[in-house]
Ligand binder design. Sequence first.
Ligand code: HEC
Length: 167
Amino acid sequence: MKHLIVIVSSWLALMASAIAGSGTPFPADWKSWTAMSTTLTGIGALPDCSADVSKLPPIYQKTVETYCSVKPGGPGKVAILVKPSVGGDYAARSGKFSDGTNMILHLKDMKVLFVTGHKNGAAVYGVFTEDGKDITAASGPLAAETCTTCHTGYQAFCKGGQCGTKK
Ligand code: HEC
């Protein structure tokens, strides 16, 4: 019996480290997704921590604060990509998306994809390299929990996991 308990608990520990991965699958066809013009793409890039962002809305200030130190000089150039079949949902900003990976914040200089998907209607998050390696962390700026906290914490900006608006 003792043996069994040891086996079960080490298996649970393995599972726990596995679920530090993305909550939504890698969008293998991301290069053919639709690029959107948004407030962030208008700014063009995420700056380093010395940038004066005091005139931006609080959610954008918090985004810079969260990511400005992930790379010297800041994360850099960005694009917003949306799965072609949900372009209408993105533009409508109704907060309703079909299940699957739907939106990407492409950190072009870092060659990293922040992905938002939906599972049973709820928003789920993950981080991948451009070629599909899951680099979603267990804690810190690249953890799914960090995405959720911000993407649900600013009601005026984010609906159903979507924060930006088509401009
Ligand atoms: C502190 C706030 C904050 C955090 C943390 C954050 N985001 Fe966002 N995210 C934003 C804002 C603001 C936008 C909208 C930018 C725009 O297009 O104007 C955005 C946009 C996005 C988009 C494009 C679609 C959309 O929602 O407009 C994706 C995809 C995305 N984020 C995924 C993630 C993932 C994955 C994480 C975690 C690894 C994450 N975000 C962490 C604030 C945040």
